[in-house]
Write a protein that binds this ligand. Structure first.
Ligand SMILES: [Zn+2]
Length: 307
């Protein structure tokens, strides 16, 4: 059990997306170890899927406010080489990974979803260029999509079972701060300026999606502004920016603040004595003031800028 946890931690960024329906049918865990591992993988997978769903409206609606953007179709891909050798048998049986590039996850209502791509589809070509197999294909795909996704429409050639299909997909511009689940027992959200890390324990203890969106938006704000230090004023600023991002994405900010107020705050004690973190009351007052400002601008039909 402990070993499985460590493996997952090392793999956190690329722990994949497992669609239970697609692969579980062939798979019967035999040993207790295998059962434990399969369960962790499934849990991790559901956290990752939920995080992508909740983060997507924030990334899509705020592209013009993000200094880093990318073109995206809402799918992730994998090959067997993305997994540590000890995990490869699991990846093959549980997730259908092979040495050919295949679709690992598809976000609901994304361009990939709407175009009809499915988990398990093998990508064999992009805009007429052939996709090789093997361990360099991920890098090859990244470079190929960087160019192909600049266009309004991209053609993917895929194999579904033994059927060959051409699928046209329309990429969209989104904020480029990928959100990932990190397997860890501490409740924490974090950004290094390039990606947003949410711990598995946080995913577990925050069941409300609007509250989760507020946490993602707060970390996104730090990334957008390139905040380096921990400072009271910067924390309050990130909270205000988070509400703007949330409002643009169509999240109910009144509910987010109420829920945030009522939920438990694991670091509350620390926050009342900290010089770098505002207190819960300070944050609450800051949230409500910013909410009032946003609602006034919204009612007047004005563009909402960061405050
Ligand atoms: Zn912060």
């Amino acid at each position: 059990m402990r070993r499985a946890l460590l493996c997952l931690a090392a793999l956190s960024v690329s722990v994949p997306a497992w669609t239970a329906d697609a692969w579980a049918a062939d798979y019967i865990p035999r040993t207790e170890n295998e059962r434990a591992f399969a369960q962790i993988l499934e849990e991790h997978q559901s956290y990752n899927e939920r995080l992508q769903e909740v983060a997507a409206p924030l990334f899509k609606a705020n592209a013009r406010l993000c200094p880093r953007t990318r073109r995206d179709i809402g799918m992730t891909v994998h090959t067997i080489s993305d997994y540590q050798p000890s995990l490869q048998p699991f990846a093959e049986v549980l997730m259908g990974a092979t040495d050919r590039l295949s679709v690992r996850t598809i976000r609901k209502d994304s361009p990939a979803d709407n175009a009809g791509l499915r988990v398990g589809d093998k990508i064999i070509g992009i805009n007429g260029a052939y996709m090789p197999g093997g361990f360099t294909v991920q890098r090859f795909f990244k470079v190929a999509t960087q160019n192909a996704f600049k266009q309004d429409s991209t053609e993917l050639k895929v194999m579904r079972g033994d059927k060959r299909m051409d699928i046209k997909v329309g990429p969209e511009t989104i904020c480029d701060y990928p959100a990932n689940v990190f397997f860890n027992q501490k409740i924490n959200g974090h950004t290094d300026g390039e990606q947003i890390i949410i711990t598995s324990e946080l995913m577990k203890t925050v069941p409300d999606d609007v509250n989760l969106a507020l946490i993602i938006a707060h970390e996104m704000s730090h990334a957008i502004k390139g905040h380096q230090r921990k400072e009271k004023a910067l924390e309050l600023k990130a909270d205000r920016m988070a509400l703007v991002l949330m409002s643009n994405a169509g999240y109910d900010i009144d509910r987010a603040i109420s829920y945030w107020r009522e939920s438990s705050h694991p670091h509350a004690e620390y926050q009342t004595t900290s010089k770098t973190h505002p207190t819960i009351d300070e944050r609450y007052e800051n949230f409500r003031k910013e909410q009032a400002r946003i609602e006034k601008l919204k009612a007047a039909g004005k563009t909402i800028r960061f405050n």
